[in-house]
Design a protein around this ligand. Structure first.
Ligand SMILES: Cc1cc2nc3c(=O)[nH]c(=O)nc-3n(C[C@H](O)[C@H](O)[C@H](O)COP(=O)(O)OP(=O)(O)OC[C@H]3O[C@@H](n4cnc5c(N)ncnc54)[C@H](O)[C@@H]3O)c2cc1C
Length: 451
């Protein structure tokens, strides 16, 4: 049984169908499982639903995440591209700007898709719901879990429009209810120690608006990502999407949030570290009003550190760890976790499944993006992140690396593999890369090229 039918829930449900005869997804929103393959045909397929309000904002899938999707749903990339989802090379056609440097673009041979979050989710839903044995309870709130003698035996659910609370029995209950997960409380109620919480407060806000954008304005790119710099700790994303639209998201931390009204939004864009988003906004036609999403900070629940945990229960996705969305990692990490859950079930069998062993096995899957996100945030002024000598040294090295990556294809490629979760951050310290980073004079590095 999977609690929550969003990205983590869907990918996990797909994996569970290989190990269980019946998989029930319980979700508070009513969910449609139809997908027309034509983004113009039914605008509802692109609409954000209540349970996933972040769906209005720019969402990218990293190369590691697309690998998972393609592995679980072979042919997905081709099908999405055929349905009008803009595609290109993950570095060759994605303009990535970090700390005020526009990274050198080069083909990697890896595909990137640029979609609206609801459209991707709708596509995956249509695939998962069509699998034999999958049952969907949309419009149901999860009220709690049931347990007996150290084992979770199911969950209690209730229709959102009222009615009695109903118990559903399950051999395994997976909590994929996102950041608001009540699993820590459920555990405490059952007499277990809840996981310790690690947090990095950033007070981030995304403000997004859809536009009719002439793709020629992106000069062959499908997306432009502008990360914050220490001098201008705000950023933005321009992403072409299906149905000839684009989403433009502006974000800032520690209360420096983009205004919703038109003039303020445009003025905010002009003060990003690089001008690309502002230029595109000025040349494009808005299609709707801007909307805001506030995100207090990355939160990691240390389930991997617990000593006792009930059998028959596990936690995945944002419910386990929610990453600052600026780094675009959440969906991809949820996908890798789903694969690891499949590995654990294949190894131990459904009866022998041990959640604590699973949490420890996914520790490195979370450690790396966590380190990237919290390390990146700590480099921004005012963020109360790790400030030890090692972090300071790494951030100084990275400053130089970003500047080098604006000139040097090999450095840019190495960095892109790390941010796409294909290589660990230590790959950036390899002698061949370090030599390139230190091989240019500071003067040369300061001259950031603009195409
Ligand atoms: C502004 C923003 C931008 C982001 N950008 C990116 C990006 O570019 N790339 C990326 O990979 N990730 C991004 N993320 C993160 C990404 O959205 C999540 O990591 C991803 O959705 C996986 O989350 P999840 O499925 O665990 O939880 P969620 O997506 O939060 O879904 C939880 C689901 O559980 C349901 N639910 C919750 N409680 C209950 C209940 N009691 N009863 C019934 N149902 C319930 C909800 O309705 C929802 O469907 C972004 C996040 C934010 C906030």
């Amino acid at each position: 049984m999977v609690l929550g039918g969003s990205m983590a829930g869907l990918l996990t449900a797909r994996v569970l169908t290989e190990h269980f005869g019946r998989v029930t997804i319980v979700e508070r929103d009513e969910l449609s499982g139809s997908w027309s393959g034509d983004p113009e045909a039914d605008p509802r397929e692109r609409e954000t639903r209540r349970g996933v309000p972040q769906g209005r904002h720019a969402h990218g899938l990293l190369a590691a995440g697309l690998d998972v999707v393609e592995g679980l749903f072979p042919g997905a990339t081709a099908e999405l591209v055929a349905a009008g989802v803009p595609s290109g090379d993950v570095l060759g056609n994605v303009r990535f700007c970090v700390s005020g440097h526009r990274l050198r673009q080069a083909p990697t041979g890896r595909t990137a898709l640029s979609f609206s979050r609801p459209y991707l989710e709708n596509y995956l839903r249509s695939k998962v719901f069509a699998l034999p044995g999958v049952e969907v309870r949309g419009g149901h709130d999860i009220v709690g879990i049931d347990a007996d003698a150290g084992r979770v035996t199911g969950a209690r659910v209730q229709r959102r429009d009222g009615g009695p609370v109903e118990g559903i029995a399950a051999d395994l209950v997976v909590d994929a209810t996102g950041r608001g997960s009540r699993a820590p409380r459920w555990l405490a109620d059952l007499g277990y120690e809840p996981p310790r919480e690690e947090q990095l407060h950033v007070d981030l806000a995304y403000v997004s608006r859809h536009y009719k954008v002439d793709p020629a304005l992106l000069d062959g790119d499908i997306a432009i990502i502008i990360g914050p710099s220490a001098q201008a700790p705000r950023g933005g994303a321009v992403m072409l999407q299906e149905a000839g639209r684009a989403v433009i998201t502006l974000f800032g931390i520690l209360g420096d949030h983009a205004p919703l009204e038109d003039e303020g939004f445009r003025a905010y864009a002009r003060r990003l570290p690089l001008p690309y988003a502002a230029e595109i906004i000025e040349a494009s036609v808005p299609l709707d009003d801007a909307v805001k999403f506030r995100y207090p900070g990355s939160t990691r629940h240390r389930y991997d550190r617990l000593r006792r945990f009930p059998r028959g229960f596990v936690v995945v996705g944002d419910a386990m760890c929610s990453f600052n969305p600026m780094y675009g990692q959440g969906m991809s990490v949820a996908g890798v976790e789903a694969l690891r859950l499949g590995d654990a079930l294949a190894r131990d069998g459904a009866d022998g499944f041990d959640a604590l062993r699973f949490f420890r096995a996914v520790r490195p899957v979370i450690d790396i993006p966590w380190q990237i996100a919290t390390g990146g945030d700590a480099a921004l002024p005012g963020v109360d992140g790790p400030r030890d000598a090692r972090t300071r040294m790494v951030n100084r090295y990275l400053d130089r690396l970003y500047a080098a990556a604006a000139h040097d294809e090999a450095v840019s490629l190495a960095f892109s593999r790390v941010t796409n979760l294909l290589d660990p951050p230590t790959a950036l310290l390899r002698p061949a890369i370090a030599a390139r980073v230190f091989g240019r004079s500071v003067h040369e590095l300061r001259a950031t090229p603009r195409r």
